[in-house]
Design a protein around this ligand. Structure first.
Ligand code: LLP
Length: 421
C-alpha cells in the first residue's frame, strides 16, 4: 500500500497534488511519502516482534539524509556498504551502535572510519578482509564486532544481476568453510565474533529460498555454538520483493516473512537483524516527469519525456518494469493507445516502456513512475550532462525539497582545466 492516490482528478502524494510540486520545483523530480516509509518500516517491526530484533534499512536503496533521518528517528538501524553511506547514516543522527557495515570490498580506511565513529558490527566477506580488519582494529586499540557473511549456495530465483547467494556469486564465504574461518576469527586479535550474516539476493518473490538459507543458518548456529563460538545475532540480509505492477503480482508480505523467521530461527535466542531496502522505500517513491513531445514514428508513437535513463536506470539496466501513470486522472472511456515512453538520452536503451497502453498524453502533461523510491535517485548519473534531479519529501499536506536541483554552473564548475592548457 502507498499514499499516492488520485483525489479530485489529480494524483497526490499524501495530501499534496503532484502538479503543485511540479510547478514549484520543475520536472523531473523524485517524490517520497513519509507516511508510506513509516508504514513499511512498521510492517517489519511488527512482523519480527516479539523476537529481539533490529531493522537495518539498506541505505543503498535510498540514501537521502532526510529519508535516513525519518527512519532513524523511528528506531531503525542502517545497513551501509561504503564510507559514504556510513557518513550519511551518521549525518542523519543514527548512532554507531545501530549501523551494520556490509560489503564485499571494505577498505582499511572505511574500517578505520567506522571503528572510530562507532559501529554495531562488520559483516565480513572473506579471510583477507578479516585479517585487514584485525590489523586496523588492533592498531586503533579497539575490538571489532563481526559476523561472517556466509554464502549458503541457494538460488534466490530473482534477476541474475541481483542474485547473490549462489556459489558462483562473488559474495560471502562458502558455507562449507564456516567452521574453519570462525576458528580463525576467534584467534585473531581485535576481532570479536557476534553472529552470522547472509544475504541471498534482492526482489525475491517467493519465501522458499529465504527459508532454505535460514534453515542452513539455524543448523550452523547450533554447530558453531557447539564449537565454542558466541553467536548472539543473526543478520538475515534484505531482499523481500515488492509488487511493481498493480495487477497480478502478490509477493509475500512482511508478516509472512516474519512468521517464517519465527518458525525457522525463533528458538535460538538470537537477536534478529534484517536489512530491507526496496520494501521500505520502493513503493514510497515516485519519479514525476513531463512530456516534451509526442512523436509519430513509421510504426509506432513515442512519448518523449524529460526524465531519462540517467535519472532512473532500472529499465535500461535490468529491463525492469515500472508502472507509469498520468498525473491527471484519465476519465473512464478516454481513448487509450500503445506508445513507447522514452527519454532524451542518445541511446535506444533510453526506453522506459514499449507499447505501453496510455491515454493520449501531449506535451506538457505530467506522468509518474511508480515504485521509484528504491534504487532510483541513488543510481542516477549525469550522463549526457543532465544534472541530478531533485528529491522531495511529502508529509501530509507539506512538502520539502530534500535535495535541490543543481544548476548547470555548479555541475560544470566541478571540472578543472590543467595549468598547462
Ligand atoms: N543487504 C545487502 C547486503 C544487500 O546487498 C542488499 C541489496 C540489501 C541488503 C537490500 O536488499 P533489498 O531489500 O533492497 O532487496 N539495484 C538493484 C538492486 C540491488 C540490490 C543490491 N543489494 C535494483 O534496482 O533492482
Amino acid at each position: 500500500m502507498d499514499h499516492f492516490l488520485y483525489k479530485n482528478g489529480h494524483l497526490h502524494a499524501e495530501d499534496v497534488p503532484l502538479r503543485d510540486i511540479a510547478a514549484s520545483v520543475g520536472t523531473p523530480f523524485y517524490c517520497y511519502s513519509s507516511a508510506t516509509l513509516k508504514r513499511h518500516f512498521a510492517l517489519f517491526t511488527e512482523a519480527l516482534s516479539p523476537l529481539p530484533h533490529l531493522v537495518c534499512f539498506a541505505v543503498k536503496a535510498n540514501s537521502n539524509v532526510a529519508v535516513l533521518k525519518l527512519l532513524g528517528d523511528l528506531g531503525a538501524g542502517m545497513d551501509v556498504v561504503s564510507g559514504g553511506e556510513y557518513l550519511r547514516a551518521k549525518a542523519a543522527g543514527v548512532p554507531g551502535e545501530r549501523i551494520v557495515f556490509s560489503g564485499v570490498g571494505k577498505t582499511r580506511e572505511e574500517m578505520g572510519l567506522a571503528l572510530g565513529g562507532g559501529v554495531r558490527q562488520f559483516n565480513v566477506e572473506s579471510e583477507p578482509e578479516l585479517e585487514a580488519l584485525s590489523e586496523v582494529a588492533t592498531t586503533m586499540g579497539i575490538e571489532a564486532p563481526i559476523a561472517l557473511r556466509l554464502n549458503p549456495d541457494v538460488d534466490a530465483k530473482t534477476h541474475d544481476k541481483i542474485s547473490t547467494g549462489r556459489k558462483e556469486d562473488k559474495f560471502g564465504i562458502p558455507i562449507a568453510r564456516a567452521s574453519e574461518i570462525y576458528a580463525r576469527a576467534a584467534q585473531l586479535p581485535g576481532i570479536r565474533v557476534v553472529g552470522i550474516d547472509m544475504h541471498i539476493g534482492s526482489q525475491l518473490t517467493d519465501l522458499a529460498p529465504f527459508e532454505a538459507a535460514y534453515t542452513k543458518m539455524a543448523d550452523l548456529t547450533r554447530q558453531l555454538r557447539a564449537e565454542g563460538h558466541f553467536i548472539e545475532r543473526l543478520d538475515l540480509g534484505g531482499g523481500l520483493g515488492i509488487p511493481y505492477t498493480r495487477s497480478n503480482e502478490a509477493p509475500p508480505l512482511p508478516s509472512d516473512y516474519g512468521a517464517m523467521i519465527h518458525r525457522v530461527l525463533g528458538d535460538l535466542g538470537c537477536e534478529i537483524e534484517i536489512e530491507p531496502g526496496r520494501l521500505i522505500a520502493g513503493n514510497a517513491g515516485l519519479l514525476v516527469s513531463q512530456v516534451i513531445y509526442r512523436k509519430a514514428g513509421d510504426e509506432r508513437e513515442f512519448l518523449i519525456i524529460d526524465a531519462a535513463m540517467n535519472d532512473l536506470m532500472r529499465p535500461a539496466m535490468y529491463a525492469a518494469h515500472h508502472d507509469i501513470v498520468p498525473v491527471s486522472e484519465p476519465a473512464p472511456g478516454d481513448d487509450i493507445a500503445p506508445v513507447d515512453i522514452v527519454g532524451p538520452v542518445c541511446e535506444s536503451g533510453d526506453t522506459f516502456a514499449r507499447q505501453r497502453d496510455m491515454p493520449l498524453l501531449v506535451a506538457g502533461d505530467l506522468v509518474a513512475f511508480r515504485s521509484a523510491g528504491a534504487y532510483g535517485a541513488v543510481m542516477a548519473s549525469e550522463y549526457n550532462s543532465r544534472p541530478l534531479i531533485p528529491e522531495v519529501l511529502v508529509n501530509e499536506d507539506q512538502f520539502a525539497v530534500i535535495r535541490p536541483r543543481p544548476g548547470f554552473d555548479e555541475m560544470i564548475a566541478r571540472d578543472r582545466i590543467p595549468d598547462w592548457m
